[in-house]
Design a protein around this ligand. Structure first.
Ligand SMILES: *Cc1c(COP(=O)(O)O)cnc(C)c1O
Length: 458
């Protein structure tokens, strides 16, 4: 193992070098992949030297999500102390289901959950767990809401249609989860948004009333803190009023931007969060930990237990339920996703996490200012969002993003809202500085000047 650690360290050096020298890896087309890289698995193994060389080839052509040219997704960058925690978790190789097997790691997870509950403004009855990602966190919320509405569903299954509500701008996992949980995709009502992508509470109420008048059973509302395209925040206060009137479970999907709970400057964006029933946040997005680190908390500890616990004599042999975390998780064996957030949090403090979040908004403002001061750009996103959506010289966003990728210039994606397609630049890498943001635009402009404009008919 010592040799492998040394090899790992050598490979990391190689990766760091590549991230600087070739921040956007030359993409290999899918049809060439198995010719260009030896990914084959064979009867005979390789000597270490050959394995190392293949790994180096793979490092070269793997997309560099921690580079300064990566703006493509709702994660990016690499924060050392968080990565350290994840590497340690791999070495420990505990499974989080019991205290017997995970020991202090259970305490670490519980501490993270407790502090997140507190920041969310949740009561003493709150608890939570870590799920394999934001989609699964949303599914856990949906299951708790379903079971809270009707206690017998866990045993008997659904007996009548139940309806749920989420905005048209929300994440696709809501309708996917409706399918997975037996609720049915057709029972998902898409609530209209305003031009900023924020859910309209009046329309929500109207949809609920319509369903009640048809004899259906509304049970769940999903509000989003940071919609996937525009990065918009639904008005939790207004939505929670509606939920209270009709006795519906309110979940706040903060996978993308729920991290604002750490920021005194931006936590107003989730005002009213303390009135929600559950809340999820992906630390691997705004807080910059490695994937995955998705946290779901609820004010109804009993419900979490009711929906997810199962007796299993072969597993739970010591200690109480409070320390046997398998009683409240989706999985049985479960990797330790809490440690990477804990090592980061412990090392920089809550104040350091606040800085990480604030930095992203600061970088987004720099990007918006640049766009607003340059007539060649049109801005489509709004203040208080770290998704900066724009078009340049009327060039198709799809074509532009694809060309930037194929020519190894920049990794950035595109999105659509109200039938308009635009580039979506995400300033989620808190290690970036102003010059990196300006450099993004300069790279784009130089590239368009040299390659693309001749193809554009305006
Ligand atoms: C990213 C995201 C999710 C899904 O999270 P995964 O960890 O990718 O499963 C859910 N909701 C929103 C708003 C997101 O941005």
């Amino acid at each position: 193992m010592q040799n492998d650690i040394a090899l790992f360290s050598e490979l990391c050096d190689e990766l760091f070098k590549e991230e600087t020298n070739q921040p956007v890896a030359n993409p290999i087309s899918t049809s060439d992949l198995y010719q260009k890289l030896d990914l084959s698995l064979n009867g005979n193994g390789l000597i270490d030297e050959d394995l190392k060389n293949i790994l180096k080839d793979i490092i070269k052509s793997t997309p560099k999500t921690a580079s300064k040219s990566f703006f493509n997704q709702l994660f990016g960058g690499r924060i050392g102390k968080a990565t350290l925690g994840d590497l340690l978790a791999v070495m420990f190789n505990n499974s989080m289901y019991t205290y017997k097997v995970a020991g202090p790691q259970v305490g670490i997870e519980k501490q993270v959950l407790k502090n997140i509950c507190k920041l969310a403004g949740y009561s003493k009855n709150s608890d939570g767990t870590l799920a394999p990602g934001g989609s699964m966190s949303n599914m856990m919320a949906l299951i708790m809401a379903r079971d809270a509405k009707n206690k017998s569903i866990r045993a008997e299954g659904l007996s009548k249609p139940m309806t749920l509500y989420t905005s048209a701008a929300s994440h696709y996992s809501i309708s996917k989860n409706a399918a997975l949980t037996g609720i049915g995709k057709n029972q998902v009502r898409l609530v209209n948004t305003n031009n900023k992508g924020e859910m309209l509470a009046e329309h929500l109420e109207q949809l609920i009333k319509d369903d009640i008048s048809k004899g259906l059973e509304p049970f769940f509302v999903n509000a989003t803190a940071g919609t996937t395209v525009l990065g918009a925040f639904d008005d939790i206060d207004a939505i929670s009023q509606v939920c209270k009137t009709y006795n519906l479970w309110l979940h706040v999907d903060g996978a993308y931007c729920g991290g604002v709970i750490f920021s005194n400057k931006y936590k107003h964006l989730v005002k009213g969060l303390e009135n929600s029933d559950s809340f999820s946040v992906n630390a691997h997005k705004m807080l910059g930990t490695p994937l995955s680190c998705s946290i779901i908390v609820t004010q109804h500890k009993d419900q979490l237990h009711h929906s997810f616990s199962n007796e299993a004599d072969y597993l739970y042999q010591t200690d109480g339920d409070d320390f046997n975390l398998g009683k409240t998780s989706l999985q049985c064996g479960r990797r330790n996703d809490a440690l990477k957030l804990w090592t980061l949090w412990k090392s920089v403090g809550t104040k350091g996490l606040e800085k990480i979040v604030d930095k992203q908004f600061e970088m987004a403002q720099i990007a918006r200012d640049y766009i607003n001061n340059n007539d060649d750009y049109t801005l489509y996103s709004f203040d208080n969002s770290i998704s900066v959506c724009f078009n340049y010289k009327g060039i198709s966003a799809n074509e532009l993003c694809t060309a930037l990728y194929e020519n190894s210039e920049l990794m950035v994606g595109f999105g659509t809202f109200s039938n308009t397609e635009f580039v979506r630049m995400v300033t989620i890498n808190s290690l970036l500085e102003k010059e990196d943001i300006i450099n993004f635009f300069k790279t784009l402009e130089t590239f368009v000047g040299a390659h693309l404009l001749k193809n554009v008919t305006t």
